[in-house]
Write a protein that binds this ligand. Structure first.
Ligand code: URA
Length: 432
C-alpha cells in the first residue's frame, strides 16, 4: 500500500476502505507518512468528503492510536457530556456536579480553549491550586470516593488526533465534518463511559453555523457512539449569543457558582437543567420529568454546589474561592462599553465576542501563550434586549491596559437597530 495512491483515490472522490484508513493513521503516528502527505490527504477529505462508514473507520482508527481508559473499577453508571465549543459555555462546571450529586459517576476529561472558544480545563485552573493532571489510579479512586473528577486529557490518549489537529490548524482543514467528528469522537471514545450526551452548539459562535449542518454533525456523532456501544443523545443548542453573561475563565467560574446557588442567568440555568436531566435519564435514574425535578432540587438544596466544593477541594483547589467567589482575583484594568444609539441588540457575532475576550488575555494565540485567568467580558445586554443611548452594554477586563482592539472588535460584533429580533429557543433540536 502506498500513501500516494490513497491520496489520489480520495482526490478523485472515491471511498477509502478500513485498511487504507488504518494504514494512514498508523503510518502517520509512526512517522512513516510525512506531514505534507497527511496535509494533502486532509485537504482531499475536506474537498471530497467521507461517507458514514469512512468517518466511523477514521474515528475508530484515531481512538485506537493510543492508550484507552479502563473504567471497569468505577462502580455504577458513568456518564459524560461533551460540547462542540462555544463562547461563555461553562455548562460542564455546573452539570457535572449536579449529576454527581445525584449518584451518577462523572469521570470527565475536558479540553483547553480552542480558537475563540473557551475550555473547561482552563476555567478550572483559574481556581488556585486546582490540579488538572491526575494519574489514572488517582482519577478512578476519586470518582469512586466522591463520584466526580474533572481532569485534562492525558498525552497518551488519541495521539493521532493531537498530530492531525495541529496539522489541520495550519493547513486550512479544520472545517470538515468527517474530520471534526472523528477528532471529537476519536478522543471521547478512549474513555470508558456508558452514556455520552453531546451539546452541539449552533450559530455565530460555533463550528456549525446552521441547524442543518449541526444536525448532520450530531447524527454522525450519535451514530458512531452507538456503534461503539454507548447510549447517546445530542442536543443542538443556540450559540448565536454567548451563554450567560460572563466570558473568560474566572469570570465564568463565578457565574457557574452563582448558577449552582440558583442565582444564575435563565438561559444558562435552563440549558444546564436540560443537559443534566438527559444525562440522568440515560443513566436510568427515572423518567425525564423525575430527573428534571431531581436536578432542580439538587440546585435548590445546595447539594450540587457542595459537590463542586468537594471536587475542587479533592483536586487541590482553594475551596474558599467557591464558598466566597468575591475572593477571586480581579483584573487590574477595565473598560466599559456604552450603547451609542437607542434600539435593540438585534444580533451579536458571538465569535467576535470570543475573539475580543482572547485579545484581552483570556485565551491563547499559540499553545505556548499564558492565560490571564482574570481577563474577559461581563455583558449587561444580549440579543433581544432594548438599549438606550448611554446604557452600559459590557465591561471588558484585562491586566494589560490596552483595550482598543478588543473594544473595536466588540463594538463591531454588536448590531443595535430598531429591529427587535424574535425569541429563539435554547434547544433547536434533539438527535437520538
Ligand atoms: N474540537 C475537536 O476536538 N476537534 C475538532 O475538530 C473540532 C473541535
Amino acid at each position: 500500500m502506498r500513501i500516494v495512491d490513497i491520496i489520489k483515490k480520495k482526490r478523485n472522490g472515491n471511498k477509502l476502505n478500513k485498511n487504507e484508513i488504518d494504514f494512514f493513521i498508523n503510518g502517520y503516528i509512526n512517522g512513516e507518512i510525512y506531514d505534507y502527505q497527511a496535509s494533502a490527504l486532509l485537504m482531499a477529505i475536506l474537498l471530497k468528503g467521507m461517507d458514514n462508514e469512512e468517518t466511523t473507520n477514521l474515528t475508530f482508527a484515531i481512538r485506537d492510536s493510543g492508550e484507552k481508559l479502563d473504567f471497569s473499577k468505577i462502580d455504577g453508571v458513568r456518564v459524560d457530556k461533551h460540547s462542540t465549543g462555544g463562547v461563555g459555555d461553562k455548562t460542564s462546571l455546573i452539570v457535572a456536579p449536579i449529576v454527581a450529586s445525584l449518584g451518577v459517576k462523572v469521570a470527565k476529561m475536558s479540553g483547553r480553549g480552542l480558537g475563540h472558544t473557551g475550555g473547561t480545563v482552563d476555567k478550572l485552573e483559574s481556581i488556585t491550586g486546582y490540579k488538572t493532571e491526575l494519574s489514572n489510579e488517582e482519577f478512578i479512586k476519586q470518582v469512586n470516593d466522591i463520584g466526580i473528577s474533572i481532569v485534562g486529557q492525558s498525552a497518551n490518549l488519541a495521539p493521532a488526533d493531537k498530530k492531525l489537529y495541529a496539522l489541520r490548524d495550519v493547513t486550512g482543514t479544520v472545517e470538515s465534518l468527517p474530520l471534526v467528528v472523528s477528532s471529537i469522537m476519536g478522543k471521547k471514545l478512549c474513555a470508558d463511559d456508558d452514556v455520552i450526551v453531546l451539546d452541539i452548539k449552533c450559530g455565530s459562535g460555533a463550528i456549525c453555523k446552521t441547524v442543518d449542518e449541526s444536525k448532520e454533525l450530531a447524527s454522525l456523532m450519535v451514530d458512531i457512539g452507538k456503534k461503539a456501544g454507548k447510549k447517546m443523545l445530542a442536543l443542538i443548542t443556540d450559540m448565536d449569543k454567548p451563554l450567560g453573561y460572563a466570558i473568560g475563565n474566572s469570570l465564568e467560574v463565578v457565574e457557574a457558582i452563582e448558577t449552582l446557588k440558583g442565582n444564575g442567568p435563565k438561559d444558562l440555568t435552563e440549558i444546564c437543567v436540560i443537559l443534566a436531566s438527559n444525562m440522568l435519564y440515560l443513566a436510568g435514574k427515572g423518567s425525564l420529568k423525575e430527573c428534571e425535578t431531581a436536578v432542580r432540587k439538587s440546585i435548590s438544596d445546595g447539594s450540587a454546589l457542595n459537590k463542586l466544593v468537594e471536587l475542587v477541594d479533592r483536586q487541590g483547589g482553594d475551596k474558599n474561592l467557591i464558598l466566597n467567589p468575591n475572593n477571586f482575583e480581579k483584573a487590574k484594568y477595565k473598560c466599559e462599553i456604552y450603547a451609542e444609539s437607542n434600539g435593540y441588540i438585534t444580533s451579536i457575532d458571538t465569535e467576535g465576542y470570543g475573539n475580543a475576550s482572547l485579545m484581552l488575555g483570556a485565551g491563547r494565540n499559540s499553545l505556548k501563550d499564558k492565560i490571564d485567568y482574570t481577563a474577559g467580558i461581563i455583558l449587561n445586554k444580549k440579543t433581544g434586549d432594548s438599549v438606550n443611548k448611554g446604557d452600559l452594554i459590557a465591561t471588558l477586563y484585562s491586566n494589560t491596559n490596552s483595550f482598543e482592539n478588543a473594544k473595536n472588535l466588540f463594538i463591531n460584533s454588536t448590531v443595535i437597530s430598531d429591529v427587535k429580533p424574535g425569541e429563539k429557543p435554547l434547544v433547536l433540536d434533539i438527535v437520538k
